[in-house]
Design a protein around this ligand. Structure first.
Ligand SMILES: Nc1ncnc2c1ncn2[C@@H]1O[C@H](COP(=O)(O)OP(=O)(O)OP(=O)(O)O)[C@@H](O)[C@H]1O
Ligand SMILES: [Mg+2]
Length: 316
């Protein structure tokens, strides 16, 4: 598996520079957290990685291949785009039909079982998406992206709105997915599970201010702990942090550090796989009494499918 390289990427919108000459490497087996104040450029960087935001200069590549030739990249946007009237199984099956048209119905069923097992939702496969909790829905979105077995998963604030327990379990899932040899990039404002990440990237006003292990991050920003880094960042102008980073030997180390060794099975040797169990059975939120007739529901489902197809037309 190839590493993800962000080579001097600058993204502009009119006269505004949204990302300024970013240089980063993320290796297979690494969970990378993207941090930064609101408006720092986290979502813009994710879109540049996905290839939907064209850089004014620089490039994003997987090994030597440009991202456009790197095959499917998994992307979970901040707002889940799931269709609530469908069951989990149907939602995944429609997605599999669109993304993997050559698979037989039997092979699709097996693939869906695999990805639901991965996110610990097999027991919920016949439940309608609208009856799932927020954390379960997020895991369905992740399962949908896993259908095509992408080497890179990009998740934009996947834990926002989740309670602390669900946030921990969701981050544990991402750490496990990374440890199996994937590149997993997660933007987040939550610090509770940040130690699970191998790499923390901090953006400030579109500039790189830190890229390295979470343990070194508070000291770099002269903060006591991770919760203190945003107030600490606000004490200086973004350019001050960017210049400090560019001048530091750590900015070179971040680009030349070795990739984690992957086990023959694909699992990274360090850090060890998470031992935290995903949430098996939080109660489903009570659902309002269904008011639609079966025929209405079928029509809605058809509309949902059309919308899903339209969504799949997006660049990915
Ligand atoms: N198409 C665009 N045209 C002009 N400015 C844009 C465009 N897209 C984003 N921006 C600006 O770029 C900056 C970075 O936006 P981005 O969405 O990447 O931030 P973010 O770090 O993801 O913030 P948040 O934490 O709030 O999600 C913001 O100031 C935003 O207003
Ligand atoms: Mg964002």
């Amino acid at each position: 598996m190839d590493s993800l390289h962000i080579d001097g990427v600058t993204v502009r919108a009119g006269e505004h520079t949204l990302l300024d000459d970013l240089r980063l490497v993320v290796h297979p087996g690494e969970l990378c957290a993207l941090l930064g104040p609101s408006g720092a450029g986290k979502s813009t960087l994710m879109k540049a990685v996905l290839g939907v935001r064209k850089p004014a200069s620089g490039r994003v590549r997987l090994g030597e291949r440009p991202m456009t030739e790197a095959g499917p990249i998994g992307y979970v946007p901040q707002d889940d785009a799931l269709h609530r009237v469908l069951t989990v199984e149907k939602a995944l099956d429609y997605s599999a039909q669109l993304r993997l048209p050559s698979l037989s119905a039997e092979a699709r069923h097996a693939r869906i079982t695999d990805v639901l097992t991965r996110v610990d939702l097999v027991q919920r496969r016949s439940v309608r998406v609208g009856r799932l909790s927020g954390g379960q829905r997020k895991r369905v979105s992740v399962a949908m992206e896993l259908l095509t077995a992408p080497p890179v998963l990009v998740l934009d604030e996947p834990t926002s709105g989740l309670d602390p327990g669900m946030e921990r379990r969701t981050m544990a899932l991402f750490a496990d997915l990374a440890s199996e040899g994937r590149i997993v990039i997660v933007s987040t404002h939550a610090m509770a599970s940040i130690q699970r990440c191998q790499v923390v990237v901090v953006l400030v006003a579109g500039k790189l201010a830190y890229a390295g292990p979470p343990a070194g991050c508070p000291e770099w920003f002269e903060a006591l702990d991770m919760n203190g880094i945003f107030p600490a960042i606000a004490k200086h102008a973004p350019i001050v942090w960017a210049k400090k980073w560019t001048a530091a030997p750590a900015s070179r180390t971040a680009l030349t550090r070795p990739a984690p060794r992957l086990q023959p099975s694909g699992a990274a040797s360090a850090p060890p796989p998470s031992t935290a169990a995903p949430a098996p059975s939080e109660p489903a939120p009570s659902e309002p009494a269904p008011s639609a007739s079966p025929a209405d529901r079928r029509r809605t489902a058809e509309a949902e499918l059309a919308a899903l197809k339209a969504k799949m037309g997006r660049p990915s």
